[in-house]
Design a protein around this ligand. Structure first.
Ligand SMILES: [Zn+2]
Length: 217
């Protein structure tokens, strides 16, 4: 199997997994995988459970449509993330319920939209940042993602949802699921005193990098 065919299969598997686990609704959510100098990305208007390895869009790193069906309207965000993070090969974006809810909080802390409540959040996500609200399709969205992604692989788009890159598509999905779980814990604790991990407890856990082996559950 060629590298491109293997990447397409992985993308299809993860897209179906996101849908099966209820991590996004309707025809929202999209996945991208870098292959060489190109990006395979989910097409527009296709529910993630219907994504096929044989019918993916191909775009360039600039976000230009090269082949296959028309890409998701959010493809420029994926391309921006991959331009900023040459060590990462995949991007996952959803409108997951609890993450989307946190993204709508008026008192969101842009520098730390979720506290490190659990060890797995610290290991798989590390530092997340929130980005200002941008209307769908506004080119400013890709520009802000690209700028912020130099510093972190996990971004929370205000009034929208998370976008996360990883060294492969499984690592990106692991991080996205951890964000969604932590968002649910965080919202469950609203109004109660919270005890996040201390800076030294967080520092003792590995933040994700392209070369860090994934921790077993
Ligand atoms: Zn979206």
């Amino acid at each position: 199997m060629t590298e491109r065919a293997a990447a397409a299969r992985q993308l299809e598997r993860v897209a179906h997994s996101i849908h099966r686990r209820g991590l996004t609704h309707g025809r929202t959510g999209n996945v991208a995988v870098r292959v060489g100098g190109q990006i395979l990305v989910t097409p527009t208007g296709v529910s993630l459970d219907a994504v096929s390895a044989d019918a993916l869009s191909v775009i360039g790193l600039a976000g230009d449509h090269l082949a296959g069906p028309r890409p998701t309207k959010e493809a420029p965000l994926h391309a921006a993330m991959l331009r900023a993070r040459p060590g990462d090969q995949a991007v996952v974006h959803t409108h997951s319920l609890h993450s989307a809810a946190v993204s709508c909080l008026a008192d969101l802390d842009d520098e730390e939209p979720l506290p490190p409540l659990t060890a797995y959040y610290a290991m798989r996500v590390g530092r997340m940042r929130a980005l200002p609200y941008v209307a769908p399709g506004d080119p400013a969205g890709a520009a802000t993602v690209e700028e912020a992604a130099h510093a972190t692989h996990a971004l929370l788009l205000r009034n929208h949802g998370p976008i996360v890159s990883g060294r492969d598509v499984d690592a990106a999905l692991d991080a996205l699921e951890e964000i969604e779980h932590t968002a649910q814990v965080f919202l469950s604790l609203r109004g109660l005193p919270m005890r996040p991990l201390t800076p030294s407890e967080s520092a003792a856990l590995s933040a994700p990098t392209p070369s860090t082996p994934r921790k077993a559950s």
